[in-house]
Design a protein around this ligand. Structure first.
Ligand SMILES: Nc1nc2c(ncn2[C@@H]2O[C@H](COP(=O)(O)OP(=O)(O)OP(=O)(O)O)[C@@H](O)[C@H]2O)c(=O)[nH]1
Length: 395
């Protein structure tokens, strides 16, 4: 809920953002200097460079506990990860963090300063952090030969990251620079009801389609409940259909129909039962993660390069079309007027120095080229004269 104090002006907001963004850059460096030189990131040099693991999941699914456990697990295998916390509102972090958003942005101050409620405060803090994310990328770039995995813990309110502009910017920036895999932590205890399971799967599916990144589901808290039933729902539609049959509500019918549709989605993901508390299933999880990294290099990266190339071509085409329009305008103006106004003169000179010449256009007959050469010579002479005059004036 927004506070009752009067809203700050646009100018105040802008200067506040500058001030906080400045602090983000400064603190990122400090946090890295403090955390980056610890034993956590000091060994495990890799030849291929690090991969990013974006840990997402519903509030309470166990993301933070999971990050803590994988840090312990990887450190014991001499490949300690580089860990970043992107949750500005988390109170306690049980793992050793290399870059912590809370060192850069104080979300309570952000709430006060901009008159925001808790969710607005978290979103704005993440936005502020994102304005300086290029600084974070530079730090990651420096670390990428020393670690195998760079792990990102994300805000409890999943939508703050998955459906915000800053979440998209961070995900795209990482995926552009490093092999990136989404690890979606799902609480198997709450997911053991077919309807909650389906809600969770829909969420996972929407993230997959939005990010298009390799995707691993960590079916968490298997120390509390046997995940076999839930796993069967993923691999066998009949089993899910049977479970949902008992739900006579509208949600039950909907889940049933969605189950059919999501079959295709299940084929694109890897699901691994784990316990973030006991560490059970982590070797299998990293096997799935490593396969996903290969998938990124094999499928995602070339697709990304293709997209970038298409965008580059589109930009070129747009520029060529703009140039063509301008050329037409110049030609129309030249033929419509015989007046040599200063503007008209300037346009003629622009044509004469070849700015608008396009050799592929096929209008460069020898005669035309001869005209162009003459015009170029005249223009060059004029240029020399003006330089001479300028020198005389100042000598
Ligand atoms: N038994 C059991 N409990 C777990 C496991 N993973 C997490 N928990 C517990 O679940 C609760 C929530 O865990 P967190 O790690 O804080 O979950 P989170 O997703 O980071 O929570 P938010 O920050 O609110 O999104 C805590 O009480 C954890 O101890 C697990 O594998 N087994």
């Amino acid at each position: 809920m927004a506070s009752s104090k009067s809203k700050p002006s646009a100018g105040e907001i802008s200067s506040g953002i500058d001030e906080l963004a400045g602090a983000v850059a400064e603190k990122c460096n400090m946090a890295d200097a403090a955390g980056g030189d610890t034993s956590v990131a000091s060994s495990g040099a890799t030849t291929q460079g690090a991969a990013c693991l974006l840990v997402l999941g519903m509030a309470g699914s166990g993301k933070t506990t999971f990050v803590e456990k994988i840090q312990t697990y990887l450190t014991a295998r001499q490949t300690p990860p580089y860990v970043l916390n992107l949750d500005p509102a988390v109170r306690h972090i049980p793992y050793q963090v290399n870059i912590d958003i809370r060192d850069s942005v104080n979300y309570k101050n952000v709430m006060k300063k901009f008159g925001l409620g808790p969710n607005g405060g978290i979103i704005t803090s993440l936005n502020l952090f994102t304005t300086k994310f290029s600084g974070v990328l530079e730090l990651l770039e420096k670390r990428k030969q020393q670690v195998e995995y760079m792990v990102f813990d994300t805000p409890g309110q999943i939508e703050v990251f998955t459906w915000s502009a800053s979440g998209a910017i961070i995900t795209e920036a990482l995926a552009d620079a490093f092999p990136t895999v989404v690890v979606y932590v799902m609480d198997v205890l709450t997911g053991s009801s077919p309807i909650t399971f389906m809600s969770n799967m829909l969420y996972a599916c929407s993230i997959l389609y939005k990010s298009k990144l390799p995707f691993v589901i960590a079916l968490n808290k298997v120390d509390l409940i046997d995940p076999t039933g839930v796993l069967r729902w993923i691999t066998d539609f009949e089993a899910f259909d049977l479970a949902v049959e008992q739900e006579k509500s509208y949600a039950g019918n909907l889940s049933r129909s969605l189950g059919l549709i999501l079959e295709e989605f299940y084929g694109a993901i890897k699901t691994v039962p784990v316990s973030a508390r006991s560490g059970e299933g982590l070797p299998q999880l990293f096997k799935a993660v490593n396969e996903s990294i290969e998938e990124y290099n094999r499928d995602y990266k070339p697709e990304l390069e293709k997209m970038k190339e298409e965008q580059r071509k589109m930009k070129q085409q747009r520029a060529a079309a703009r140039l063509e329009r301008l050329k037409q305008e110049v030609l129309e103006t030249s033929s419509a007027s015989t007046l040599t106004t200063p503007l008209h003169q300037a346009r003629k000179e622009a044509v004469s120095v070849g700015v608008f010449n396009d050799p592929d256009e096929g209008r460069g007959s020898q005669e035309q080229n001869g005209d162009d050469d003459n015009r170029e010579e005249e223009s060059f002479k004029r240029f020399l004269d003006s330089v001479k005059k300028g020198r005389e004036k100042y000598s």
